[in-house]
Design a protein. Structure first.
Length: 202
C-alpha cells in the first residue's frame, strides 16, 4: 500500500501506536513496546476519500502533525472535502426539489393534507377590516414533506401572503401515488381570511 504519511505515538496506557495515511488509513496498537508479539497487535482500518490523496501528498508538514491535534485534522479534512468536487472517491448526490415531479393529472391518488395550521390574522389586516384569500403552491415529496412553497394566487397584501407561506412550509401530506408507489407531485393550499371566523382553509 502506498502510504503518504505516518505517525508513531503512545496512548495513555503506554501502548505504542503506529499508523499511516493513504487510500486506506489505519492504526495499530503494538502492545507495551515496539517489540511486542504479533498476537498483541490489533489493526483498525479506516477508509480515506480518494480525492484527498494528492492534497495530503503536497503537505510537507503532515508527517509532523501530532495525533493529539484532532481538531486540526478535522478542520483540514473538512476544507479538503469541500474541494473534492465529483471525484470518484467522494460522490455527493443531490436531488433538487424540482426533479422527478409527477403532475397531478398522472396520479392514481392525490396527496392528502394531514397537518396544516392556519396562520394568525395579521393585526394590520384586522385594523383595515380586510378580508380575502391567498393560495400557496408547493411540491409534495414522496415522504409527505413539502418544498418549493410559493404564492400562486396573491391576496394583494404582503402580510397575508407571508403568513400563508409560513404556515404552508410546515404542512405535512399523505403523498400522492402512482399505483402503489409514492411520488413527488404538486399541491395547493388556499387560506381564506374572514373577520367573522378568522383564517381557515378554503
Amino acid at each position: 500500500m502506498d502510504a503518504i504519511g505516518s505517525f508513531d505515538q503512545r496512548n495513555r496506557e503506554g501502548v505504542a501506536l503506529t499508523g499511516y495515511f493513504g487510500p486506506t488509513s489505519g492504526i495499530e496498537e503494538i502492545g507495551h513496546g515496539l517489540d511486542a508479539s504479533p498476537d498483541k497487535q490489533r489493526s483498525k482500518p479506516h477508509f480515506w476519500p480518494r480525492c484527498l490523496n494528492s492534497a495530503l501528498a503536497d503537505m510537507a508538514f503532515w508527517k509532523q502533525l501530532p495525533m493529539a491535534h484532532a481538531l486540526t485534522v478535522v478542520l483540514l479534512v473538512a476544507a479538503m472535502l469541500a474541494g473534492c468536487g465529483n471525484d470518484d472517491g467522494l460522490v455527493v448526490v443531490e436531488d433538487p426539489c424540482s426533479n422527478n415531479i409527477i403532475e397531478p393529472s398522472s396520479l392514481t391518488q392525490d396527496p392528502v393534507r394531514v397537518v396544516f395550521f392556519p396562520p394568525a390574522y395579521p393585526p394590520q389586516a384586522i385594523v383595515d377590516n380586510w378580508e380575502g384569500a391567498a393560495t400557496a403552491g408547493m411540491v409534495v415529496n414522496s415522504d409527505g414533506s413539502v418544498c418549493e412553497v410559493t404564492i400562486t394566487a396573491t391576496s394583494g397584501r404582503d402580510d397575508i401572503d407571508e403568513a400563508v407561506l409560513k404556515s404552508a412550509r410546515q404542512a405535512i401530506f399523505e403523498p400522492g401515488y402512482v399505483d402503489s408507489v409514492a411520488v413527488r407531485t404538486r399541491a395547493e393550499i388556499t387560506v381564506e381570511f374572514r373577520l367573522s371566523n378568522g383564517p381557515h382553509v378554503g
